[in-house]
Design a protein around this ligand. Structure first.
Ligand SMILES: Cc1ncc(COP(=O)(O)O)c(C=O)c1O
Length: 409
């Protein structure tokens, strides 16, 4: 069967003007930033064309269909009953996170700038998690994922370490659900344990669920607020169509709560938060959640094939590189530490720079994801098999050259 959402060919992709296609010269294969090479879902394309045809490019309307469209999607897909009265619009997940943190820290008497506040995260994690904490003036507490848990599974939440951190004093825990960059989908039991600990120690949990629509076959996404009453009591969820349907540039996300006691935060966001949300983003996201599910399933099928293709290509070209196919989304977390010479290149982004310079492949440096990212690179496989094959052939030519700091001289 012909997929309805094929990846665009390179000739077409090179005409795009987004960050993925304008950061590096044309000879570089850009597999870094989290944009996919898909063509838009037909339902989204139509709604955007209709808007452009009548120059409908103004501000977002005060009352939009997006919360209701998301609620219907969440009910169908995840059996989650979202209360549309407990949804605020925001321009993107990053802004949603910072505004949410500001309000939560005020609640905890930490003031809008969060001085003395403590926010925990679980590295390796999407680098802006660190930046958001700085933006609200709080202190970062790292509770790393537990490497290679029982039965050789991928990295998972370290619940005893989370408890120790919460007991020592944490105001907010930033949950990445599913987890970028390792692709772990947290289980119901893990999330219930997080909620229980959070309530016990008075910690708020902000669950970044931006990758949730892209959970791949074999894993089941559990929305944090759908876990139980404890999760709703301590939790705020951030949702968006931007990863699932590749709409990051259109700027629309949602802040969702599920408990009347938490609901009041919606009244405390700046009024401009909704005004700053992209009108086209809201139209596109509404179409995505309403009419974009068939397309989404097709993309999930393509990503499922690609995550295994990455394994096959690594076995063929780079057998020293370790990789576990993710349970969600299109990011491959590659462990280069067993490649001779790589152990020396850590902490500075040197490995990613070397590979960019010598192979012409742009990957995200693991160093940016926290100390556990040393010797790792993140590869975006939301692309065609042709691009993946070409990237792996180029990577196979890599030999680490840079000397360790202080090694020479
Ligand atoms: C886990 C996670 N959160 C947030 C973002 C950024 O989202 P936004 O563009 O909506 O700010 C990304 C982007 O890749 C992400 O992976």
């Amino acid at each position: 069967m012909t997929p309805i959402a094929p990846m665009a060919p390179l000739t077409e992709l090179r005409r795009r003007r987004s960050a993925k296609w304008r950061t590096y010269p044309d000879e570089v294969l850009p597999l870094f930033v989290a944009e996919m090479d898909v063509r838009l879902a037909p339902a989204i394309s139509e709604v955007l064309h209709r808007a452009i045809d009548v120059s409908d490019t103004g501000y977002v309307a005060p009352d939009t269909e997006l919360p209701a469209a998301f609620a219907r999607f969440a009910a169908r897909r995840w059996s989650w009953d979202v209360d549309v009265e407990q949804v605020s619009l925001a321009p993107d997940v990053s802004v949603a996170m910072v505004e949410t943190l500001r309000v939560l820290l005020e609640d905890k008497g930490r003031g809008a700038r969060g001085t003395d506040a403590t926010i925990a995260l679980s590295p390796p994690v999407y680098p802006p998690f660190y930046g958001w904490i700085c933006e609200v003036g709080a202190r970062t507490v790292e509770v790393p994922l537990r490497e290679n848990g029982d039965a050789g599974e991928g990295p998972r939440l370290d619940l005893p370490a989370l408890e120790a951190a919460f007991r020592a004093g944490v105001d907010v825990y930033l949950l990445c659900n599913p987890h970028n960059p390792v692709g772990t989908v947290h289980t119901h039991d893990e999330l219930a344990a997080v909620a229980q600990l959070a309530v016990r120690y008075g910690v708020s949990v902000v669950s970044d669920e931006i990758h949730a629509p892209l959970v791949l076959p074999g894993a089941v996404f559990v929305p944090f607020l759908n876990v139980n009453a404890e999760a709703r009591r301590c939790g705020v969820a951030l949702e968006s169509a931007s990863k699932g349907w590749n709409l990051a540039g259109l700027k629309a996300a949602m802040i969702v709560t599920g408990d009347p006691r938490v609901q009041e935060i919606h009244g405390r966001f700046p009024a401009e938060l909704a005004w700053r949300t992209g009108h086209l983003g809201v139209l596109a996201s509404t179409a995505a959640f309403t009419d974009g599910e068939e397309w989404l399933d097709d993309v999930i099928g393509v990503l499922d094939v690609n995550r295994h293709l990455v394994s096959d290509l690594l076995a063929e070209h780079l057998p020293e590189v370790r990789y576990r196919p993710p349970e969600a989304s299109y990011l491959a977390w590659l462990d280069f530490r067993h490649l001779p010479g790589v152990a020396r290149l850590s902490g500075s982004g040197q490995l990613a720079r070397d590979i960019l310079g010598s192979c012409g492949v742009a990957l995200s440096s693991g160093d940016d994801f926290g100390p556990q990212g040393a010797g790792h690179l993140r590869l975006n496989f939301g692309t065609s098999p042709e691009v993946l094959r070409e990237a792996m052939q180029r990577l196979a030519t890599y030999t680490p050259t840079a000397p360790m700091l202080g090694e020479v001289g």
